[in-house]
Every structure is written in structure tokens, then in C-alpha cells.
Design a protein around this ligand. Structure first.
Ligand SMILES: NC(=O)c1ccc[n+]([C@@H]2O[C@H](COP(=O)([O-])OP(=O)(O)OC[C@H]3O[C@@H](n4cnc5c(N)ncnc54)[C@H](O)[C@@H]3O)[C@@H](O)[C@H]2O)c1
Length: 318
């Protein structure tokens, strides 16, 4: 029997966590905890196995979990991470780790105080495309990098926002197209490029009945002088593949993916989560570093905050 995983949250992505755990030879499903909708945890455990809890302390005490994965709405991550840290159970959290850098700092401190490992789920970090891009950049194969940019021209219908209690809200989603959908590519950009020195951005809500932005256009100056850009939207019908471009004096890399996920989040595959979960669990056993600890996950949210700030967006959140 493998390490027992308690999944906190029981919505769409929690089901991908459960599929990943059940597909892994090294992990075992302890069950689901949903403080927001306990009935939903019961339904998920009936479908995937394990127990069901409506309270975090009871779930952590009774489930025998050796690892927690957090799959609540983004603004609900903090409560789960703090409970896991208090119980000293290693915790792997959906992106974004939390919805502001101030809140992320609190989570990092809470986990550090009890020596609890903290990781963030960016499952596209294990793709061949990302690993190849990382190798090329680290080996200097592109020469002096002159420009690095990401484009995420996705589409969500109005119902994505109107039927959810939290999508596109500042208080729980922490933003719109940038914080929710585009953060995977922002993560790539901040993982591959040096520190961001300056950001000039526009952000707007052009197409959907939502509180936060559905379209962002930003220009970036990186340490060392390279320029960069971000175009992120959920207002580009019918949705196209996302793109990363890094170019320099000796070469260019361009990654363009298929349309998967652009318009149908339910069509995600669980294999990315499986690699991510096994890497985190493996790091607990071997002591090898997990590639996206709290400090690394902070970088994407920091750039997003700077884009919002430059774009003149006011965030009504604690
Ligand atoms: N890695 C990926 O590719 C990927 C894809 C989709 C979602 N996500 C992330 O997973 C998380 C959950 O997204 P989802 O699509 O499963 O959402 P969902 O709406 O399907 O499920 C949300 C879950 O959180 C609970 N919840 C709802 N509102 C809450 C609130 N205000 N406070 C606390 N809990 C609340 C619900 O009971 C439910 O268990 C988000 O952080 C999202 O960014 C990641």
C-alpha cells in the first residue's frame, strides 16, 4: 500500500486528483474533505473510494493521510494549507498556491514553522516541451535572449462565470483570465526567464459578465535586458492553443500546444497530475527537491500582481 492522499475539495479538479491517485502504484486514496459542500465530498468518495469529511481537523486526524492535495476554489487554499501545516502533513496545492503574494508568504511561513513540505501543482512542468525549453535556456543554446512571451488566446462562455459562485471574482478566484487560466504559461515564463524588472500592462473586461479581467496585454522588462510580453484572454472565440516564444542571438524556441483545455476544462487529462503527484510523493521519500515549492510558485502570482497593478485593476480582497 502506498502513501495515503487526502483530497481537500471535491469539484472538477479534485476528480482529476482522485484519478491520478487511483492510477498510481505508489499512492492510495484516503478520501475527500469538503468544508464548503460536505455532501459533495460524500458523492466523490462514493465514486472514487476513501472516506468523506466536512471538517479539516477531523479529516487530518482520522484519515491516516501521509499527504494532502488541495483542490478547493483558489481563495479556499489557505485554510487547507494551514490545517495541513498544523498537523505536519505534507501538502500539494493546486495553482495558484494562493491568490496574493502576501497570502503565499503566510503559507510558506506556516509550513516552514512546522517543517511541513509545501508544493504547488503546475502539471505542465513535466511535459517534454517544458523540459526541452528549460534545457535549451539553461544550456545557453538561444544565445543572448532578446524576447520571451506567452499567448493564451482562450475562450470561456458566459455560463462559465455566471454558473460558478467563484470564477472571475477577485475575492475567491483572485482575478480572471490571467490568474485562473493563463497562470500555467506565466509559470513557464517566470521559471525560464530571469527576474522581472518592470511591467507595463492593460487589462480589461470586454466580453463576459464577470468582476475581474477577461483580457490582458502586458509588456515586460527582464533583468539582463530581455523584453517580453503576455497576451492572456478568455474572450477569443473559439479558443486557440497557447504559445511560448523565447528568442535570442543564437536560436529560437516556440511551443504551441493543441487546443485541449482552451474551451473545455473537463477535457483535461489526469496524466499530468499523476506525474506531479508522484514527483511530490517521491521527494518526500527521497529528500530530492520538488521542482515547484512555495517560493517557486510565488513567482507566477507575483508577476500577475504586477500586471494587475500596472493595468490599473483594483483588487477587492483581503
Ligand atoms: N491544474 C489545472 O490545470 C487546474 C484546472 C482546473 C482547476 N484548477 C484549480 O483547482 C481549484 C479548484 O477548481 P475546480 O475547477 O475544481 O473548481 P470547482 O468549482 O469545480 O470546485 C471547487 C471546490 O471548492 C469548494 N469551494 C467552492 N467555493 C469555495 C469557497 N469560496 N471557499 C472554499 N471552497 C470552495 C467546492 O465545494 C469544491 O469542492 C482551483 O484552485 C483552480 O485554479 C487547476
Amino acid at each position: 500500500m502506498g502513501k495515503k492522499v487526502l483530497i481537500v475539495g471535491s469539484g472538477l479538479i479534485a476528480r482529476f486528483h482522485a484519478r491520478a491517485v487511483n492510477a498510481s502504484g505508489n499512492l492510495e486514496l484516503a478520501g475527500f474533505c469538503d468544508t464548503f459542500m460536505p455532501e459533495s465530498a460524500r458523492k466523490a468518495s462514493a465514486e472514487f473510494g476513501g472516506g468523506a469529511w466536512g471538517g479539516l481537523d477531523a479529516a487530518l486526524e482520522e484519515s491516516g493521510a501521509g499527504m494532502v492535495s488541495v483542490a478547493t476554489a483558489s481563495g479556499g487554499h489557505d485554510e487547507a494549507v494551514k490545517a495541513a501545516a498544523a498537523h505536519r502533513v505534507p501538502v500539494l496545492v493546486e495553482k495558484p498556491l494562493s491568490i496574493t503574494t502576501a497570502r503565499i508568504d503566510e503559507l510558506i511561513a506556516a509550513c516552514r514553522a512546522t517543517s511541513t513540505p509545501l508544493g504547488c501543482i503546475f502539471q505542465t512542468r513535466w511535459t517534454d516541451e517544458f523540459l526541452e525549453a528549460k534545457r535549451k535556456v539553461e544550456n545557453g543554446e538561444l544565445g543572448r535572449i532578446t524576447y520571451a512571451g506567452v499567448r493564451i488566446p482562450w475562450w470561456r462562455g458566459d455560463e462559465y462565470y455566471t454558473k460558478s459562485s467563484w470564477h472571475g471574482t477577485w475575492a475567491v478566484d483572485g482575478g480572471g483570465a490571467l490568474m485562473n487560466q493563463s497562470i500555467h504559461m506565466i509559470d513557464w515564463l517566470t521559471a525560464l526567464m530571469p527576474e522581472v524588472v518592470e511591467v507595463k500592462a492593460f487589462a480589461a473586461t470586454l466580453a463576459h459578465p464577470m468582476e475581474a479581467e477577461d483580457t490582458v496585454s502586458a509588456a515586460i522588462l527582464f533583468k539582463g535586458g530581455a523584453l517580453g510580453g503576455v497576451y492572456a484572454t478568455t474572450a477569443s472565440f473559439p479558443g486557440r492553443g497557447k504559445m511560448l516564444e523565447i528568442t535570442g542571438t543564437a536560436g529560437t524556441l516556440e511551443v504551441t500546444d493543441a487546443v485541449t483545455g482552451a474551451s473545455r476544462p473537463d477535457q483535461l487529462e489526469y496524466e499530468g497530475h499523476l506525474r506531479c503527484f508522484e514527483a511530490f510523493a517521491g521527494s518526500l521519500d527521497s529528500g530530492a527537491p520538488y521542482p515547484v515549492p512555495g517560493e517557486e510558485a510565488r513567482k507566477s502570482v507575483s508577476l500577475i500582481e504586477r500586471i494587475y497593478e500596472s493595468g490599473g485593476l483594483r483588487r477587492n480582497m483581503v
